[in-house]
Design a protein around this ligand. Structure first.
Ligand code: 5AD
Ligand code: SF4
Length: 445
């Protein structure tokens, strides 16, 4: 049997797409492999969000060129596919820069992979169209779903933050219909999935067609997914502050399956920088929004994204970001140095922040965010929490899962506990994981 090695970079949307592309390859007779050396097909699902992410692809392709040459000497063929956002943004340029690549395919056309692979035997191919047909209608059923699964409900973004490539690589905001999402969610539940994370670049702008033809909201969709037998937990990501409506805030108080966790990128705590970023909200708008969310769900865990060193960012602007972080308190967060992206408005700016200043700001911000994360984890020690068990743990005899607040927990229990929700007393906090004891051994068994 032929073997395919699939590697995904970047966000959860890409992880979802990579899994669906693996399904397409499975239908074409490829078995999945973790070893790139033995792969007959290598697929890189790429990310274009920052320069570092995009450059990684080319170094990987350099290594693959050597590998492809070596395999060829042994009489073995290796197909190389570049998918994802670098494929979308750079298209044929990839063929020019990376001679080993056979197929370049964008995030909206990967259902055509079989045809593209067949055509690439004659001539290297590029497909970065946004086709009229919906890729979801042409994909095979999902496999290898595990306990917790991502489900794409919305793609693209209309916000045009000044630094971001997403509106260009992923295109305009499009929502899947409620019926399409429910059909996929029901299949996931029937195969043992207990937790579904509804994903989209701007998931809280979801407005898919509902059963009555009118537009449904994200809370409508959550209620419908929560009603599916077997589904214990719902999460959603990523959201924009300006689409955080009253109904979604209320959903955190009203839908028991909706977990008390919110990833809500703010990017900066300075109004001057937020305006330059075209975020269309102020730091105080964000503070007020968080206060409303906390009023609805006092124990909610917060997460965010930050960019340091946006062009023109001063020390005073950066202090505003630190102040916002100190005031709000995040359980976890992602923070990045600004990276100019070709084609975005911010890339035209000439007032770049020097690299050493960016590094110092990033270290200071990450230090503060790390302290907040450790404090959050330490506060869990002694508590009893419900853990959804996802897999076997690091050590034999252990399993691993997540708390409602997304903290990772390891504890002793047989593998039969996987898929269950087990009350666990937390006894110790490590750096990236908590350690606990099942409250009731029988429940874990
Ligand atoms: N430079 C640095 N970080 C960026 N992000 C998006 N574009 C850029 C960029 N050009 C970050 C934002 C976004 C996250 C997914 O990536 O914080 O929320
Ligand atoms: Fe990019 Fe802004 Fe859209 Fe997020 S909201 S995907 S940062 S343009």
């Amino acid at each position: 049997m032929k073997k395919a090695y699939v590697k995904s970079y970047g966000c959860q949307m890409n992880a979802y797409d990579a899994a669906r592309m693996a399904d397409v390859l499975g239908r074409e007779g490829y078995a999945a492999t973790d070893s790139v050396e033995e792969a007959d097909l290598v697929l890189l699902n790429t990310c274009h969000i920052r320069e570092k992410a995009a450059e990684k692809v080319y170094s990987e392709l350099g290594r693959l060129r050597v590998l492809k040459g070596e395999r060829k000497e042994q009489g073995l063929d290796t197909r190389i596919v570049v998918a994802g956002c670098v494929a979308q943004a750079e298209g044929a340029e990839i063929l020019a820069r990376a001679p080993a690549v056979d197929v370049v395919v964008g995030p909206q056309s990967y259902h055509r992979l079989p045809e593209l692979l067949a055509r690439s035997r004659e001539k290297r191919v590029v497909d970065t169209e946004f086709p009229v047909e919906d890729k979801f209608d042409h994909l095979p059923a999902r496999r290898n779903k595990g306990v917790s699964a991502f489900l794409t409900v919305q793609e693209g973004c209309d916000k045009f933050c000044a630094f971001c490539v997403v509106p260009y690589t992923r295109g305009a905001e499009v929502s899947r219909t409620v019926a399409a999402v429910l059909a996929e969610a029901e299949k996931l539940a029937a195969s043992g999935v207990r937790e579904i994370t509804l994903i989209g670049q701007n998931v809280n702008a979801y407005h898919g067609a509902g059963p009555d033809g009118g537009a449904a909201t994200l809370p409508d969709l959550m209620r419908a997914v929560a009603a599916i037998p077997g589904i214990a937990r719902i999460r959603y990501t990523t959201s924009h502050p300006n689409d955080m409506g009253e109904d979604l805030i209320r959903a955190h108080a009203e839908i028991p399956a909706l977990m008390p966790y919110l990833h809500l990128p703010v990017q900066s705590g300075s109004d001057r920088v937020l305006a330059a970023m075209n975020r269309k909200h102020t730091a105080d708008d964000y503070r007020r929004l968080i206060a409303r969310v906390r009023a609805a769900r006092p124990d909610i865990a917060l997460s965010s994204d930050f960019i340091v060193g946006f062009p023109g960012e001063t020390d005073a602007d950066f202090e505003d970001t630190l102040r916002l972080v100190s005031e709000i308190g995040f359980e976890s967060a992602f923070s990045f140095k600004y990276s100019p992206r070709p084609g975005t408005p911010a890339a035209e700016r000439t007032d770049a922040v020097p690299e050493d200043v960016m590094s110092a700001r990033l270290a200071a911000l990450q230090g503060l965010l790390d302290r907040q994360r450790y404090a959050y984890q330490d506060a869990a020690v002694g508590q009893v929490v419900d853990v959804l068990v996802e897999k076997t743990g690091r050590r034999p005899g252990q399993v691993a899962g997540k708390t409602p607040h997304m903290l990772a927990v390891q504890f002793d229990a047989p593998a039969s506990a996987i898929g269950g929700v087990v009350p666990v007393r937390i006894v110790e906090a490590g750096t990236n994981s908590l350690f606990g004891q099942a409250l009731n051994e029988a429940a874990a068994a």
